[in-house]
Design a binder for this molecule. Structure first.
Ligand SMILES: [Zn+2]
Ligand SMILES: [Zn+2]
Length: 372
């Protein structure tokens, strides 16, 4: 499809002044703006078309190229073609719509007078196994930037000491010419605030914020685990020029326990028993998070047997219920036997018929087949 003439798109002519082009563009861009025509691809197309046209014609050099060579002239300049690729587009939009949308919305540049939000902070918090399992309340001391009390965050000794930045005239941005494009960058003089402070506040030296140590009460919910983030909205750093506060994130790390291991809300624990307890059965006392519990094991309990104690695990973080406790039996073979113990075990061995235990019998049968 042939490209339409840029002047035609804007409803202007070759003799139109920059002001007339700007007015023409504004009229069309407002009409076709996507915010006013949601879900209308035709309007979006027209919007892009007139934006592209104005981008080229608003630049004296590119306009003269276009006048001489038509659309072919565009490829001679960097960034020709897609109007959204060139660094100039956002700028042009800001120029035309800055005053329309009060310097906000519509992709205009950010107003320098509005505050910037404070930074988010993160705090690495180690919890013991039990603190994580049962929940934990404590007080933290968080170093963070707070608004300066003396100047209420303005950075100036008094309101009379605040002037408009002479470099950027209060916009907070500077223009730098790069080839055909004018690029907006943050004003180097005022760092984007748009203000010049004649006499800085002596307490914060003009920064408006001071380093402080804030005591914070935090409640960690039961069931939290390593890697969880607890967000404390508004407990980050103070905003600049009245901007909103950042948030504080507690990054949770649960420390290892000497007895318990955790998998989600279930807890695992290894309990060693003797061969006689395993062979004869026993009433064991096993540890749980809430204290001791009784566990009966039947005669002939094997090594690695696992017993589940329902609801003896960790409380679910969101919602109700508890995990389970899994007790794994470790049969410990005695070493360093006394002479008497040895005699008794030898007697036991002669009494026990060779290959009489089920696992061993099954293994010997398989072995016979294998070696046959
Ligand atoms: Zn400035
Ligand atoms: Zn101050």
């Amino acid at each position: 499809m042939a490209k339409r003439d840029y002047y035609e798109i804007l409803g202007a002519s070759k003799s139109s002044t920059q002001d007339e082009l700007k007015k023409a563009y504004r009229k069309r861009a407002l009409k076709y703006h996507p915010d006013r025509n949601p879900g209308d691809p035709q309007a979006e197309e027209s919007f892009k078309e007139c934006s592209e046209a104005y981008e080229v014609l608003s630049n004296a050099q590119r306009r003269s190229q276009y006048d001489q060579f038509g659309h072919a002239g565009e490829s001679m300049g960097a960034g020709g073609g897609n109007p959204f690729e060139g660094s100039g587009f956002g700028d042009i939009f800001g120029d035309v719509f800055g005053e329309f949308f009060g310097g906000s919305g519509g992709g205009g540049r950010r107003s320098a007078t509005r505050g910037q939000p404070g930074s988010d902070l993160s705090y690495n918090m180690d919890l013991t196994f039990e603190q994580a399992a049962f929940g934990y309340s404590t007080e933290l001391v968080i170093p963070r930037l707070e608004n300066c009390d003396r100047c209420s965050g303005t950075g100036a000794q008094s309101s009379k000491d605040i002037e408009v930045c002479p470099v950027c005239s209060g916009s907070g941005q500077q223009r730098i010419q790069q080839g055909f494009f004018s690029v907006a960058t943050t004003c180097s003089q005022c760092r984007g605030t748009g203000k010049h402070i004649r006499r800085p506040c002596t307490s914060c030296h003009g920064r408006g914020r001071v380093n402080a140590r804030k005591k914070l009460k935090v409640n960690i919910p039961a069931g939290i685990d390593t890697g969880a983030r607890v967000k404390l909205t508004g407990e980050g750093e103070a905003g600049i020029d009245g901007g909103p506060r950042g948030s504080l994130y507690l990054i949770i790390n649960v420390l290892e326990h000497s007895i318990f291991e955790r998998d989600g809300y279930d807890v695992y624990c290894k309990v060693p028993i003797s061969i006689t307890q395993a062979a004869l059965g026993s009433d064991l006392e096993v540890p749980t998070l809430g204290g001791r519990a009784k566990l009966h094991i039947a005669p002939g309990t094997q090594n690695d047997s696992i017993f589940r104690l329902k609801n003896k695990g960790i409380a679910h973080l969101h919602g109700h219920g508890l995990g389970d406790l899994y007790v794994k039996i470790v049969v410990e073979v005695p070493s360093n036997l006394t002479r008497r113990q040895k005699e008794l075990l030898e007697e036991f061995a002669t009494l026990s018929k060779e290959d009489s235990t089920p696992m061993k019998k099954s293994f010997m049968d398989k072995l016979k087949d294998f070696l046959a």
